[in-house]
Structure formats: structure tokens, C-alpha cells
Write a protein that binds this ligand. Structure first.
Ligand code: CMP
Length: 143
């Protein structure tokens, strides 16, 4: 069973889209195993976005992600990484297909509402940046 790290970014929290986004992931059949509203620290942001260090948008990306609360989540399911990225859509909201989260709710690239891990290895690394193991649950579904 695969896990992925998803994060409603400050723009999504401020626009009141947490419920809409969580609902889409639930309806797809993914299972929520960890979630919290939190303020990302500069250290967490730098670790999370290390691959983008040096790019022209890096400084603004770090100030944006630390500018207000995010809703950090861990979702589990069969091919959870790919399933979540399909629901999220392309990075640039203008290019994201209608029906995806970004395609339906944003025109922006920086303010693109939600982050989703791009691989299983990234997911495990990112979960470790934002969650303690004790914050994640493990359970069998009854139905
Ligand atoms: P995400 O894919 O979650 O993680 C990297 C983020 O960098 C991406 O979302 C965007 O928010 C941001 N990003 C990527 N490319 C650009 C760009 N060209 N200009 C501004 N922000 C960008």
C-alpha cells in the first residue's frame, strides 16, 4: 500500500478549499491517515523544496509557503502518488485540465493550491519533514 504527502497551500486554506480538496480525495477512494493545520517553518520549507534551490522562483516560493497556515496530509491507497497527482493536475493552473483541482480552481503557477509528492521516494522524504510517525494512523476499513 502506497502513501503520498499532500499539502493544501496557504492560498487554498485562505480560499476555504480544504473541504473541497479533501472531499475529492475521499471520493476517489484514497484513505486519509494523517492531517494537521500547521505553519511551515523556514527550515521545513528549505528541506521540502531543496530541489528548487537556485531557481528564479525559489525565494518567492519559500516566502509563500511560510506565509500562512497549510493543511498537511498523508493519504494512502493503491498507487496513491499517481492517483493524487492525477486529481491535482498540472503545475500551472492554466494548463491543468478542467476536472482537476488546479484546473477547476486556479489560474496561477505559484499559487496553485496544493502540493502532491511526485514519487514514492519523495513521498516518504516529505512525510518525514512534516509528520512524526506517531501522528499517522493505521487501520483496517470496516466497509
Ligand atoms: P509544486 O509542484 O507543489 O512544488 C514546486 C512549486 O514551485 C510548484 O508547485 C509551484 O508552486 C512553484 N513553481 C514551479 N514553477 C514555478 C514558476 N515557473 N514560477 C513560480 N512558481 C513555480
Amino acid at each position: 500500500m502506497e502513501r503520498t504527502y499532500l499539502m493544501v497551500k496557504p492560498d487554498g486554506v485562505q480560499r476555504g478549499l480544504i473541504g473541497e480538496i479533501v472531499g475529492r480525495l475521499e471520493r476517489k477512494g484514497l484513505t486519509l491517515v494523517g492531517a494537521k493545520l500547521m505553519q511551515v517553518t523556514g527550515e521545513q520549507a528549505a528541506r521540502h523544496y531543496a530541489e528548487h534551490a537556485g531557481k528564479d522562483f525559489y525565494d518567492l516560493l519559500l516566502s509563500f509557503i511560510t506565509s500562512g497556515p497549510v493543511f498537511a496530509m498523508v493519504w494512502q491507497g493503491d498507487q496513491a502518488v499517481a492517483a493524487a497527482r492525477q486529481l491535482i493536475g498540472k503545475t500551472n493552473g492554466l494548463e491543468a485540465a478542467p476536472g482537476t483541482i488546479r484546473g477547476d480552481y486556479t489560474l496561477h503557477t505559484r499559487y496553485n493550491l496544493i502540493h502532491g509528492s511526485d514519487s514514492v521516494a519523495s513521498a516518504e522524504r516529505e512525510i518525514g519533514i512534516f509528520f512524526q510517525p506517531s501522528e499517522l494512523v493505521s487501520y483496517e476499513k470496516l466497509i
